[in-house]
Design a protein around this ligand. Structure first.
Ligand SMILES: NC(=O)c1ccc[n+]([C@@H]2O[C@H](COP(=O)([O-])OP(=O)(O)OC[C@H]3O[C@@H](n4cnc5c(N)ncnc54)[C@H](OP(=O)(O)O)[C@@H]3O)[C@@H](O)[C@H]2O)c1
Length: 392
């Protein structure tokens, strides 16, 4: 918030440009304040309706003076035509929760009857933890389309802020004309989450991410047979009777990305069959994503090796898909043949530490493995002694 009248006028114009409806003017932020002269300018020159706030120190503001003078200034603002005046009633009227967990209370304010929410002009102007940017409210969350009957979807995960799913789903909802919004849902305890949010429209369905893909399975009323076989889910749907049904689509997405990559590498056409058939397929990780990849590759006829930090989990998964288990140390020098496929399904390399890898990037003792990919979960295909990499 500006500290001079001129700065405030410039910010007002900027807020109008990005689509704001109402402008809050924080009189207590002004370094010098001449009530008659400044209020006249700020209210009359405002390009949008104004909400005049003159917040005292006791309310978390910056005004440290006589209370009568503060109230006189607010009366004057009303007289000069301010659309709204913040009178600090000291009773809560809109519940806004703070931090990343509280973001949903800000975005869903139109669903639950609040008449406004805060949006910061830019990242440097965020004045409370969890406050969204105004432009994200419109561009990312379709805020103006949210109504009391809007269905809420989201991705349940921890961490969750890195997920691009809201970008994808909200754009899709808007384009398909669906009355729905998709949010980042930072969830610590999946069971408690589904007990708490049990309405048919909240949560109407969700994606399930790290580290909940296996635990969430136990909270479902119905599980698709393939997801049951894999032992992990990534897609949850709430039926009209309130029950939850889960699916695993991770394996389809990951495996088809790898197949496309291999076809690109080998110049083969899709009709030839899966390029994974007969290949040695090494999965790093035995969590939700590792299970999906191992299952998917085995279905395509690949020979599976599972390497994991915790060997016991690698053994269990390898046993389920008829594969071989080993530790991450062992796999770093494992090179029985060329043209193996290596899939990283550990959480090592996630945003923001995208340069980290679960096995060393280069091993001089081993001519086979080297590491070139730099993003999140990635697939490395080794072909003709050369390394290529692909994200999924
Ligand atoms: N792009 C996509 O669509 C997509 C889809 C699914 C998953 N993913 C990504 O896949 C990754 C795994 O997700 P998940 O759901 O499978 O998680 P998860 O169930 O929590 O499993 C995590 C896996 O990472 C291993 N791991 C964790 N920290 C490690 C470390 N410091 N060193 C070595 N191994 C470590 C774990 O080994 P232990 O068994 O020893 O604990 C386990 O195998 C995440 O990065 C996730 O974002 C991406």
């Amino acid at each position: 918030m500006g500290t001079t009248v001129d700065q405030m006028l410039a910010e007002m114009r900027k807020a109008k440009e990005i689509g704001a409806d109402v402008l809050e003017i924080r009189l207590d932020c002004l370094r010098k304040f001449n009530p008659h002269q400044d209020l006249e300018i700020l209210i009359k020159r405002s390009p949008l309706p104004t909400l005049i706030t003159y917040r005292p120190l006791r309310e978390g503001g910056q005004y440290d003076g006589d209370e009568n003078r503060r109230q006189d200034a607010l009366r004057l603002a009303m007289h000069l035509g301010a659309s709204y005046v913040d009178i600090e009633l000291e009773i809560p009227t809109i519940g806004i929760a703070m931090g990343e967990r509280g973001l949903i209370s800000r975005i869903l304010s139109p669903k639950f009857g609040a008449y406004l929410t805060y949006g910061a002009l830019e990242a440097s102007a965020i004045s409370a933890p969890g406050q969204p940017l105004a432009k994200d409210l419109w561009d990312l969350y379709n805020f103006r389309l949210i109504r009391p009957d809007t269905k809420v979807y989201g991705v349940i995960s921890k961490p969750v802020g890195h997920s691009k799913s809201p970008l994808l789903f909200n754009a899709a909802f808007k384009s398909a004309g669906l009355n729905a919004v998709y949010l980042h849902l930072l969830v610590d305890d999946v069971k408690k989450f589904f007990e708490t949010y049990s309405a048919v429209d909240f949560v109407a369905g969700c994606s399930c991410g790290i580290p909940h893909k296996e635990v969430a399975l136990k909270c479902m009323d119905e599980i698709d047979p393939i997801a049951k076989k894999i032992g992990a889910i990534n897609n949850i749907m709430r039926r009209p009777d309130g029950t939850l049904t889960a699916f695993n689509t991770d394996y389809i997405g990951a495996i088809s990305a790898i197949e496309d990559g291999l076809r690109e590498l080998n110049g083969a056409t899709p009709a030839v069959g899966s390029p994974l058939a007969g290949k040695l397929f090494v999965v790093l990780g035995a969590g939700g994503a590792g299970k999906a990849l191992a299952y998917g590759a085995a279905q395509k006829g690949a020979r599976i090796v599972v390497a994991n930090r915790t060997l016991e989990r690698a053994k269990e998964l390898a046993g389920n898909v008829g594969g071989q288990a080993m530790t991450l140390d062992e796999v770093a020098s494992f090179h029985p043949e060329d043209e193996m496929v290596l899939a990283n399904a550990t959480s090592v390399g996630m945003t923001p530490k995208i340069d980290q890898t679960p096995i060393p990037k280069r091993r001089k003792s081993c001519s086979g493995w080297s590491w070139r990919s730099t993003h999140k979960t990635f697939i490395n295909a080794i072909s003709h002694g050369k390394l290529r990499s692909r994200k999924f």
